[in-house]
Design a protein around this ligand. Structure first.
Ligand SMILES: [Ca+2]
Length: 400
């Protein structure tokens, strides 16, 4: 059979004849080209802006992924037998380790996942470890500072390179304070400035600003602690920060897929189990749990492993970098093999604030309310920029 190849000359396009444009047509053509380029640039900037500012909301297929996550099945998680390797270090308990299902598929009233960054349920295994029964207290942090002369980030003069728009004379140490007594219309929970303020002179020693002290608050959790301040303390104490997986394993207290670190009911038998915010945040704190601000460690009952305040009171720093989609990488397609001792992704990225690498924080704080934050829910996640401290950020340590 003969094959016919089209000759090259048949496929070659003839050059379009030059058409002379009038000056008006030429200008219109130029204008059209500029408009096209501008449209592309605007669309590009729009996409970048949208994904960075609204990435949390725009992420595709969230409803479908939540439904999938809810249907995922797991083998019965196995906890290790509790065999502490020796006597407990002071103020610590043995967390036996084992398998657990990490994450939460809580949803909002509109069916949207309540915690999109935590909805990919996955099985994890962690080795056993020691953990502080309480968040590190002012008294403990004071001992560390007395021994080392350590200055927390909030007590240091800010680096002019990080604040190029602030005149040098005005660069003073600061931390972040929650704006109290806000009235309706006076705040915006969507922006930092909308409900937080710079507190010059605020630090762990002066939690509400320069005029406040920690006298009489020795047993309260230390706050205004940045990630680096927490790591420095842990190192001095011969300990380390927990990984996020260790933190959640410990917080679950041996329970499987419960909403809170003590069970599924927020107030079992009417009892308050954690220090959070009651009433409409941020307008009114009815403090039914007894505390407007922080509470001394041990005020509320311990969980199944003997740990206090794994929900509420102060946020707790974890070792891991924060990435919104990290759990997705941990899902085992066969559902058979748990991720073993995960230590988080290699770097931090928050689509809402791309320039600010963040580490994980867990447990929520005394200003988490049902209508905002709600991160006293045990599988939910938080995050913080590594150099930032605030009046509700603290930590606890673990030890191998
Ligand atoms: Ca409270």
């Amino acid at each position: 059979m003969k094959t016919h190849k089209k000759s090259a000359s048949n496929t070659e396009k003839k050059p379009a004849p030059e058409i002379a444009l009038s000056p008006r047509q030429a200008s219109l053509q130029k204008l059209y080209r500029i408009a096209t380029v501008l449209a592309f640039v605007t669309a590009g900037v729009g996409v970048v802006w949208g994904t960075t500012r609204l990435g949390d909301y725009l992420f595709p297929f969230r409803h479908a992924r939540l439904a999938q996550a809810k249907e995922r099945t797991f083998a019965e998680p196995k906890l290790n037998p509790s065999n502490p390797p020796g006597p407990a270090p002071e103020g610590m308990v043995w967390i036996p380790g084992g398998e657990f299902v990490m994450g939460t598929v809580e949803e909002r009233d509109d069916g949207f996942p309540a915690f999109p960054d935590a909805m990919e349920l996955h099985m994890v295994y962690v080795d056993g470890f020691w953990m502080d029964t309480h968040e590190v207290t002012n008294e403990q942090y004071a001992k560390f500072v007395a021994a080392t002369g350590y200055l927390t980030v909030a007590e240091r003069k800010p680096d002019p390179k990080e604040f190029p728009n602030v005149p040098r004379g005005e660069l003073k140490p600061f931390s972040i304070l929650f704006k109290k007594n806000l009235k309706r219309g006076e705040y915006n929970l969507e922006t930092h400035e909308g409900w937080w303020q710079l507190g010059h002179g605020a630090s762990w020693k002066h939690p509400e600003g320069p005029d406040s002290t920690i006298k009489g608050r020795e047993k309260y959790p230390v706050v205004h602690i940045s990630y680096f301040d927490a790591v420095a303390y842990c190192k001095w104490a011969g300990k380390r920060l927990p990984t996020e997986a260790e933190w959640e394993f410990a917080a679950r207290g041996g329970l499987d897929r419960k909403k809170f670190s003590w069970g599924d009911e927020f107030n079992p038998n009417g009892k308050w189990m954690a220090n959070s915010w009651q009433g409409e945040f941020p307008l009114e704190n009815t403090k039914e749990d007894g505390f407007d601000g922080l509470a001394p460690g041990g005020t509320y009952p311990a969980n199944g492993y003997g740990l206090h305040d794994m929900a509420g009171n102060a946020w707790e720093w974890c070792h891991d970098w924060y990435q919104i989609e990290y759990y997705r990488d941990c899902i085992d397609e066969n559902g058979a093999k748990p991720t073993r001792n995960p230590k988080g992704p290699g770097s931090g990225f928050d689509p809402n604030e791309p320039g600010q690498p963040k580490r994980v924080q867990r447990g929520g704080s005394f200003i988490c309310a049902p209508n905002y934050c709600a991160r006293y829910i045990v599988g939910s996640r938080g995050k913080g920029e590594v150099n930032s401290a605030a009046m509700h950020t603290g930590f606890r340590c673990v030890k191998d």
